[in-house]
Ligand binder design. Structure first.
Ligand code: SF4
Ligand code: ZN
Length: 306
């Protein structure tokens, strides 16, 4: 049996990029340490904060919520969980129940906000309308824009000053690559462990940003967390292609994901020099903060006649 590099117990995980084998205990400790290290290094949580944790019921957001709840032993802050019900039949209904159970288990207040209530249509309906109107936009584009807007609004209405999402290392690296491919410098610049508060926008923080997706999954498993495992029926497109590409790269060249992240971090200050900070305005249609006259959510919905 292979042994843990640190304590000699039976190894359960081969962390190839670091050249170490880990037993269950050392593995879990290292993930928890990495969470705390990111929080401290980027100053993600301050005493007196009210943190809204985005909670879908999937592995990332569930692990994030549990680690945030643990972290309350070190810092005094308030925690609430927010779930967005996009209206994806046969998928979100199940994960909503799991989200609810996790929040209850931790004694964390849980708020659910739905696309249907906020935007007048479920994501399933939006996808149908997008096909009918031949917009050429993917389900994930609508889902991402509308979810971001509704998460921000819900967190703000709950009095939270920070929104913590479960983005892991893979999510961050995929986003970096996607913005490269789309040549979207403004979006690229907004990536990072923390996106500071602007008028109407709650700060967004990502405590799991330096933990690979696979390790978040293994951690959830070892800790015995109840998580939703199904894949969204709308998933696909360029996001999946980039994910596969990066995973292949990592398999053949361990540590590639961290190198992409570090490279981005070292060029980010240079990008800053060419960025003009936008002044948030209020969307003329919905009143939510935006960088232009009409926010992206309203622009997408208007095109569909919603
Ligand atoms: Fe939304 Fe796309 Fe994720 Fe499905 S896969 S939940 S449509 S972003
Ligand atoms: Zn708007």
């Amino acid at each position: 049996m292979l042994k843990c590099t640190f304590c000699g117990r039976g190894a359960v995980y081969d962390r190839r990029y670091a050249g170490v084998l880990l037993c269950d205990r050392c593995f879990m400790k290292s993930v928890e340490k990495r969470f705390r290290k990111a929080v401290a290094k980027y100053n993600l949580i301050s005493p007196g904060d009210k943190i809204a944790a985005a909670l879908s019921g999937g592995k990332d957001s569930t692990v994030n919520l549990h680690l945030l709840a643990d972290y309350r032993r070190h810092k005094d802050f308030d925690l609430v969980a927010v779930t967005i019900d996009e209206g994806i039949k046969g998928y979100r209904d199940e994960s909503l129940k799991i989200a609810e159970e996790n929040a209850k288990l931790l004694g964390v207040e849980h708020k659910v906000a739905s696309f249907e209530e906020a935007f007048g249509a479920t994501l399933d309906k939006i996808v149908k309308l997008a096909k009918k109107h031949k917009t050429g936009l993917s389900a994930c584009t609508y889902c991402g824009v509308l979810r971001r807007s509704l998460l921000n609004k819900t967190a703000r209405e709950l009095g939270a000053n920070k929104l913590a999402t479960g983005h892991n290392l893979d999510d961050e690296v995929q986003a970096i690559m996607l913005n490269y491919i789309r040549a979207d410098l403004a979006r690229l610049y907004r990536l990072g462990p923390i996106y500071e508060e602007r008028e109407g926008f709650v700060s967004r923080v990502k405590p799991l940003r330096e933990i690979p997706e696979k390790e978040v999954a293994v951690y959830a498993l070892l800790r015995g967390l109840k998580i939703h495992l199904a894949v969204c029926p709308h998933a696909g497109g360029i996001h999946m292609e980039i994910r596969d590409f990066i995973n292949n790269l990592e398999a053949n060249h361990p540590n590639s994901k961290f190198m992409i992240l570090r490279m981005f971090e070292s060029i980010k200050p240079k990008i800053a020099q060419s960025m003009i900070e936008f002044k948030p305005m209020k969307c003329e249609m919905c009143g939510e903060p935006t960088s232009s006259r009409i926010c992206k959510a309203c622009e997408l919905l208007r095109e569909l006649g919603l």
